[in-house]
Ligand binder design. Structure first.
Ligand SMILES: Cc1ncc(COP(=O)(O)O)c(C=O)c1O
Length: 425
């Protein structure tokens, strides 16, 4: 399309505008903005709601009445389950939290600000500056945490095998104010990238100048394969231990997109040093998380295999949504955009011509389709090339998704034509 003459571009533009206006006149109200599971996915876990019916049901395997206060770091059965899911060496390396892993990440950063981290000399907040490395595009809520706490963000490109590790190694080895790094190592949000073995090993061997540097390994999509081509991720904590870096890694996961977002169970895994340090501070903050929910999860899933079986059912539900979206993108806009086709996770990352992402999202909004705001996959909400759009296809019903994807393609083409025309002015 780029090579069309000015006259041809005007003709294409008016055809696209006619199409766009037809969609606009339908008064649609569609949403492809957040990676929420759809209703069928939520329904899978419905039986979990009734596994605890009586007081007797609330007694755990060790005779503890989970209706009562106590057990700061999670009931042993939940620790065993998450230990298996997170591949930890022992259940002493796990803390079971509330429903949200994001909340655990936030708490870890705030705790580090106020008290420092295990082995650190002072609270992070005592430093003149605190910086985090942020692979981009990335998860908007990670960036918001940093922004709200005044942590400066340094963008590093996310390549097909993980963050640009040459840049990461150089940055962390030279700058003591870099205290942390965000990572979504498997089926990353939004690109769907999984870190290669080499990348994980380079993390394990990092030599940060700041002795209190921490990697926030947010493995939110560790179980979320949607294809038979499953990505495999190396266990960063065990690898880091081999190089004396065991205390550098905080791992996180939750069952938000396994059971219920908002009512799942979250967990963090880290070295015993870190866990003991954190538990001491946590013990002042809370007497413990929701043990009945932990018990519900344990009784419903039984073991890690039970969780994996459930993930197959999720995959069967969302696979057609990804397939429809990719099919429409391939049919409609192969000449103007590129996109990820991930083996798992919750997103498709769309790259439109430079300078067009905001325009596309605003055209979509006018046509009644809500997208994730352009720029939000970058620190401070600023995409320097203004070309990345995150598409979340899991939530809308299939027919709605199809319509939304078709409108998206019209908007991408229209924004591209506008750009090419303006370049010819
Ligand atoms: C990378 C990533 N981390 C964390 C979360 C939120 O997890 P939780 O529901 O456990 O707080 C999400 C949700 O979309 C996510 O994409």
């Amino acid at each position: 399309m780029k090579n069309l003459s000015k006259q041809e571009l005007y003709e294409v533009k008016s055809e696209l505008e006619a199409k766009y206006n037809r969609y606009k006149s339908l008064g649609l109200k569609l949403d492809m903005s957040r990676g929420n599971p759809c209703k069928e996915q939520l329904d899978i876990s419905e039986p979990m709601l009734s596994v605890l019916k009586t007081g007797e049901d609330c007694i755990d395997a060790f005779g503890f009445d989970c209706r009562n206060y106590g057990i700061l770091d999670g009931i042993p059965e939940a620790k065993a389950l998450f230990s298996e899911l997170m591949n930890t060496a022992s259940t002493d390396e796990i803390i079971i939290g509330g429903n949200s892993s994001l909340n655990m990440m936030y708490d870890n950063i705030v705790r580090a600000m106020i008290f420092g981290v295990y082995g650190g000399e002072q609270p992070w907040s005592k430093c003149d500056k605190i910086k985090f490395i942020c692979p981009v595009p990335g998860y908007d809520r990670h960036f918001k945490i940093c922004e709200s706490l005044g942590i400066e963000m340094i963008s590093v490109p996310l390549l097909p095998d993980g963050p640009d590790m040459d840049m990461v190694e150089k940055l962390v080895s030279e700058d003591e104010s870099i205290k942390g790094m965000w990572c979504v190592p498997k089926y990353s949000n939004p690109s769907g990238v999984t870190y290669s073995n080499e990348t994980v090993l380079r993390f394990a061997k990092l030599k940060p100048k700041a002795k209190d540097f921490r990697v926030f390994w947010d493995n939110a999509y560790s179980l979320h394969d949607i294809s038979d081509r499953r990505d495999i991720l190396l266990n960063v904590l065990e690898e880091a231990k081999k190089y004396g870096n065991g205390d550098m890694i905080y791992k996180f996961m939750s069952t938000s997109k396994v059971s219920f977002p908002g009512a799942g169970v979250a967990a963090m895994a880290a070295s015993k040093n870190n866990i003991n340090f954190i538990k001491k501070i946590m013990g002042v903050q809370t007497i413990g998380s929701d043990k009945l929910n932990q018990l519900r999860h344990v009784r419903y899933f039984k073991d890690a295999e039970g969780v994996r079986e459930q993930m197959h059912r999720h995959a069967e539900i969302i696979k057609p949504r990804f397939a429809v979206l990719i099919y429409i993108l391939e049919k409609e806009i192969p000449d103007v955009a590129t996109w990820s086709n991930p083996n798992g996770g919750y997103f498709v990352s769309l790259t439109v011509p430079d300078g067009c992402a905001k325009r596309v999202v605003s055209l979509m909004k006018e046509a009644g389709v809500t997208m994730t705001p352009a720029g939000s996959t970058f620190p401070y909400g600023v995409d320097p090339k203004d070309n990345n759009i995150r598409i979340a296809p899991t939530n809308p019903p299939l027919a709605e998704l199809q319509t939304a994807a078709e409108i998206l393609c019209v908007c991408v083409r229209l924004a591209a034509v506008e750009k090419y025309l303006s370049e010819k002015e």
